[in-house]
Design a protein around this ligand. Structure first.
Ligand SMILES: [Zn+2]
Length: 423
């Protein structure tokens, strides 16, 4: 359905980037370049459909959440209005968004329509490189859009990178910022002093995490990507369609680590800093393997995970398995979307997106699929973004008390935000 990147998102993802910092540090596009779910090969309930989806064969319920059906706009309006779900009366704190600092009014209007009270903007740069504008947006939005800061990951070959990053963090914290976003460029692109791949668990970076701990900040970290992106891009790859549309999303080849290597580095990093609150982005960076995610949650008591852009991934597992996971880890899961939002709806990023302009029916379908996964009781329905894998999603019908924690309570506690917010 979707093809290549959008102009706006590259602007937002590089917000605060390319601006001179006190040293000669150069900066790189950060954020979540591929805001896409992912699959892999190990799950019993992989329900691949090795043929194109024919909308006429789907019942009306499935059509509501299926892309590329001719009457998508009409059906999106017709059923599964989000107000049917408990969410309508539960405020949402979205820990994972990418927001254009110039689009405050438009973004708040969307949030008002969809029940999102507060959102964390992960594309806010740092002091002198976009953060002031993001903090102005925080003020203008009455605290509803709050930035995390990031670091100049394009400058990692510079010996000053680590001490400069510590100074950046101190300045961010002094300005009131509660969190640091670490994008997947660490591990997949950033270079060490000798030009080799900078590993997520490189000892050289330890002072950055010591500073985070000292400053009482939260680290939201994205490491790796969908497992299939690390496998050979062939017709046997379960994301073959998506990789054909976005060849640059492949991390297959000698220049990249394996998925297993990335995950191990990430886990070692989390386990090394037991007093730091980490949030593993995108379902702990391993939506295909909830058992592995649970192991790290077990081992690291301050470790949390966000749900962003992975409903089609963890949603492929059986309802009973995932409901049990959410029950067990109900205090350690925080809601995220990975929405990329600017003034122009046509350029919004909703999960996986490309050159096609985003429409109102795309937005409706995205939110309906999201709430319907957590709250729906229907047995299963087709992945709302089939380009990412042709399998079914199994809703988990969480009880209201767990929804309240996952949708906002947990994140509010981590970030010191009064919750529920005064309406
Ligand atoms: Zn993201």
């Amino acid at each position: 359905m979707h093809v290549n990147g959008k102009r706006w998102i590259s602007r937002v993802l590089s917000a605060g980037i390319g601006v001179a910092v006190p040293t000669a540090l150069a900066l790189a596009p950060l954020g979540c370049p591929t805001r896409t779910p992912e699959p892999s090969a190990q799950f019993a309930n992989r329900q691949r459909i090795d043929r194109p989806i024919d909308a006429s064969t789907l019942d009306a319920t499935q059509r509501d959440v299926t892309v590329s059906v001719p009457d998508a706009a009409a059906v999106a309006q017709r059923r599964w209005s989000t107000t049917e779900f408990a969410r309508a009366s539960l405020p949402v704190l979205d820990v994972h968004t990418h927001v254009d600092v110039m689009a405050t009014r438009t973004v708040l209007s969307l949030f008002d329509q969809r029940g999102i009270h507060t959102a964390i903007n992960l594309s806010a740069g740092w002091a002198g490189a976009g953060l002031e504008e993001a903090l102005e947006q925080q003020r203008a939005s009455g605290g509803r859009i709050r930035p995390f800061c990031t670091l100049p990951w394009r400058a990692t070959t510079d010996a000053r990178f680590v001490p400069e990053s510590v100074r950046i963090l101190e300045r961010c914290r002094a300005l009131g910022v509660r969190g640091l976003k670490i994008p997947k460029v660490l591990g997949l692109g950033a270079r060490d002093l000798d030009g080799s791949r900078l590993r997520v668990d490189a000892a050289r970076l330890d002072p950055i995490f010591a500073a985070v701990e000292r400053l009482g900040m939260v680290v939201l970290i994205h490491s790796g990507d969908p497992k299939a992106f690390f496998d050979a891009p062939t017709p046997m790859n379960e994301r073959w369609e998506e990789l054909q549309a976005h060849p640059s999303w492949s991390f297959y080849g000698p220049e990249f680590p394996s998925f297993a290597e990335m995950m191990s580095e990430f886990e070692r990093r989390v386990l090394r800093h037991r007093r730091v609150v980490f949030i593993g982005a995108h379902f702990g960076n391993d939506a295909e393997e909830p058992e592995r995610v649970a192991r790290l949650l077990e081992q690291a008591p301050r470790y949390h995970i966000d749900t962003s852009a992975r409903v089609p991934e963890f949603g492929r597992h059986p309802s009973a398995q995932m409901r049990a996971f959410f029950e067990r880890w109900q205090d350690r899961i925080v809601f995220g979307t990975d929405l990329g939002l600017g003034e122009d709806m046509g350029e919004w990023m909703l999960g996986s997106q490309g050159s096609e302009r985003t429409t109102q029916s795309d937005v409706d379908r995205y939110f309906t699929a999201t709430w319907r996964y957590y709250e729906g009781t229907d047995p299963e329905w087709q992945n709302p973004t089939p380009i990412q894998g042709r399998w079914n999603i199994h809703p988990i019908a969480l009880p209201r008390a767990i929804l309240a924690k996952v949708y906002g309570g947990n994140a509010a506690r981590l970030l010191g935000i009064p919750w529920p917010p005064a309406q």
